[in-house]
Ligand binder design. Structure first.
Ligand code: GNR
Ligand code: NI
Length: 169
């Protein structure tokens, strides 16, 4: 059980891409448990390995609602998507900010669980939004990449200021 440090924008490590998980062992399972601890502690509805400085292609989610169970996504892939919608979004790596972005309302994806077993899932609404958000993290993306350069610059200044005054905690 461990709560890991969540990196904040504009930390360059958030821009790294990940490499596929190939070793489904006890160490991976323990890392996944730490990711859940970190996500629930924050609290957040999803967390990608990129946000805690790891380069494995793994993310966790728990959005409640239709899909109340904790979800582990190793090597996730979106298979299809439909109905782009404007939604409000936030990110633990961009504290204190939310903004409207475009996401698909429904997505089909496949991923491997912590044992390496492939599963397929049809995700709606917040869960679908979260899948797209975490997928982006695993390739170095952030939701604020959909905003204007000027807006991103203002957000960066605000986050940097907050990180300084709270000692980076
Ligand atoms: O906690 C989170 N809430 C959220 C709200 C709307 C869309 C996406 C998210 S994910 C976010 C946690 C996070 O930063 N995951 O990477
Ligand atoms: Ni995020």
């Amino acid at each position: 059980m461990a709560v890991l440090e969540i990196l904040t924008f504009p930390d360059p490590r958030l821009r790294r891409t990940t490499t596929p998980v190939t070793e489904f062992n006890a160490e991976l399972s323990s890392f996944i448990d730490d990711m859940f601890d970190t996500m629930y502690d924050a609290p957040g509805v999803g967390l990608a390995a990129t946000q805690v400085g790891d380069t494995r292609r793994v993310a966790v989610m728990d959005c409640g609602g239709d899909a109340p169970d904790p979800i582990v996504m190793c090597n996730p892939e979106i298979l299809w998507q439909r109905e782009p919608v404007d939604v409000d979004e936030g990110c633990l790596s961009v504290p204190g900010h939310t903004d409207q972005v475009v996401r698909y309302k429904t997505v089909g994806f496949r991923a491997q669980d912590r044992n390496g077993a492939w599963y397929e899932c049809e995700a709606h609404d917040l869960l679908a939004q979260c899948v797209q958000h975490e997928l982006a993290h695993l390739y170095g993306g952030l939701y604020i990449d959909q905003l204007s350069h000027l807006k991103r610059k203002r957000i960066r200044k605000r986050v940097e200021k907050t990180d300084r005054t709270d000692g980076g905690a």
